[in-house]
Design a protein around this ligand. Structure first.
Ligand code: SF4
Ligand code: FES
Length: 266
């Protein structure tokens, strides 16, 4: 009896807490098609659902009605892969800070809210379909120099063979936490990829292993970044503010120093 009463309370609580939302979602059939915002209602959204689970609920409704679901990118759903790149109410990854879209919870919104969901906007990130964009420009920047060429043979060296200061290893590790999500580009009025490129250069620049190819690396990556059509950095800091991994603008300063030093050396 007590259990039945308790479960009734829980059901009642979840009914009270569940939300009805109006979603304005960017729909675009293909890269060449013209897109527009479409309005949908979604019901029964629990505050503890993630933003992507809310979209799953919407899409289940489409599937039941034999209509085309909204296409959006996602993979790990735990802030690691960087694919869940959505512009939510004008902010990359939504209203919370230091999290990705998949880590955003619906308790950040209120019953009756209207939420505008768009793809990341940048010439270098063309829309593939609906909310999914092509971010392979980032892969090409990485491929241009974001690696260390080491011929290995025999046993792997012990990680502690080369002493590295704690400060350098911390800075390098922080830079390496960039997940390539593209929020920095989407947040920037110039669609600049400086924060991403700076993080990828910095993670090697501070370590002895990365110094051998440092000049070639920074020039190749900056050249590729320009070739992809990203804009220039004008130091507004919007990228740092929206970065889910808290990548600091100091990395851009380091990128500029590395680049100047490399071109001076020819
Ligand atoms: S710097 Fe931050 S916002 Fe830009 S790609 Fe990396 S993790 Fe995403
Ligand atoms: S789905 Fe991987 S970071 Fe969001």
């Amino acid at each position: 009896m007590l259990i039945a009463h308790y479960s009734l309370l829980i059901t009642h609580y979840s009914i009270l807490e569940s939300m009805k939302l109006t979603l304005k979602i960017w729909r675009q059939k293909s890269a060449s098609a013209k897109g527009k915002l479409e309005t949908y209602q979604v019901d029964g959204i629990e505050p503890d659902m993630s933003f992507l689970e809310m979209l799953d609920v919407l899409n289940e409704g489409f599937v039941e009605k034999n209509e085309e679901p909204v296409v959006f990118d996602h993979d790990c759903r735990e802030g690691i892969c960087g694919t869940c790149s959505l512009q939510i109410n004008g902010e990359p990854h939504g209203p919370d800070s230091l999290i990705t879209t998949c880590q955003l919870h619906m308790r950040k919104f209120n019953d009756g809210d209207t939420i505008v969901i768009e793809p990341f906007r940048a010439t270098a990130f063309p829309v593939i379909k609906d909310l999914m964009v092509d971010r392979s420009a980032f892969d090409r920047i990485q491929q241009a120099g974001g690696f260390i060429s080491v011929n290995t043979s025999g046993n792997t060296q012990d990680a502690n063979n080369i002493p590295i200061s704690k400060e350098d290893s911390d800075f390098s590790f922080n830079a390496a936490t960039c997940i390539g999500c593209g929020a920095c580009v989407a947040a920037c009025k110039n669609a600049s990829a400086m924060l991403f490129t700076a993080a990828k250069v910095s993670q090697f620049a501070l370590l002895p292993q990365g110094k051998l190819e440092a000049n070639r690396r920074v020039i190749a990556m900056v050249e590729q970044m320009d070739k992809e059509g990203f804009g220039n950095c004008t130091n507004t800091g919007a990228c740092e503010l929206e970065c889910p991994k808290g990548i600091s603008l100091y990395n851009i300063a380091r990128l500029n120093r590395e680049y100047l030093s490399a071109i001076t050396k020819g």
